[in-house]
Design a protein around this ligand. Sequence first.
Ligand SMILES: Cc1ncc(COP(=O)(O)O)c(C=O)c1O
Length: 293
Amino acid sequence: MKRDDLNHPAIQGNKWHKLRLNLDQARKQGTLRLITFGGAYSNHIAATAAAAKTFGFETVGMIRGDELANCPQKWSPTLLTAQANGMQLHFMSRQAYRQKEDPAFLRQLQEDFPNSFILPEGGTNELAIQGFEAVIDQLDQQCPTWSHLYTAVGTGGTLAGLVKMSQRNPVSVRALFGIATLNQADYLRESISHLADNRANTAHHSVTWQLLTQYSSGGYAKTTEACLADQRWFETNFGILLDPIYTSKMVHGFLEEMRLQRIPPNSKVILYHSGGLQGRPEDTDQENEVKTD
Ligand SMILES: Cc1ncc(COP(=O)(O)O)c(C=O)c1O
């Protein structure tokens, strides 16, 4: 397991890699404020708020769901922590939130908050993709003969970054697998191909990738008994905590693929721990937070 849950004390996992070069760029441009988008349980919102506090930016979070605006008693631990880290929270109706990539809307946002650096929802942009170079460089040193890698997929930016950076200097045949955490995630293949500059399963690449959509376990922020059982088994046997939304599904998907004997003998498998532990409920009774179907 590549333990990127340990890679930074405040900005954990894939978030650190996605944000690192964006923060450098924001600083180079002389911007004072980061603005980004997310839902009430978004690890990206939590990480951006922590990064802004650590590196001295102001920060604004555009949060999906205007029903939360005047109800701080209903705020998730993620939102409360983000606010405690100095993030100004702006709640948007679900309809308005759909404009989050609309150029006219983003221009207006720049006018409303001058001298700001806008990060997209989930933090996936070109600099975020580039940020995964460091992960692949470390893996190539730590386990040079790795052949398979499993990672959790939300927007697909992390998988795309790992694929793109693996094919920079392909030393051997490598297969990367994304475990989709949302239902009906097939639509993500196109953007992952685009971001990674790599079409899935094309024979001429020594680096191939697949999006596995059958382990989403009920969809975003839901889970199943089978997934929870694999999470408990993994945590008990290896003493490594997983988060309920992303990494538990990644481990569940990997274990299922192994049971189905889809992983050839002698493979060197990396499980990418992308962090997210801030989203783990304090007590281990995760059914309180994550619905079991
Ligand atoms: C802990 C964790 N792992 C994996 C992911 C998926 O990353 P991506 O959106 O790049 O697919 C996320 C996304 O928010 C996350 O928070």
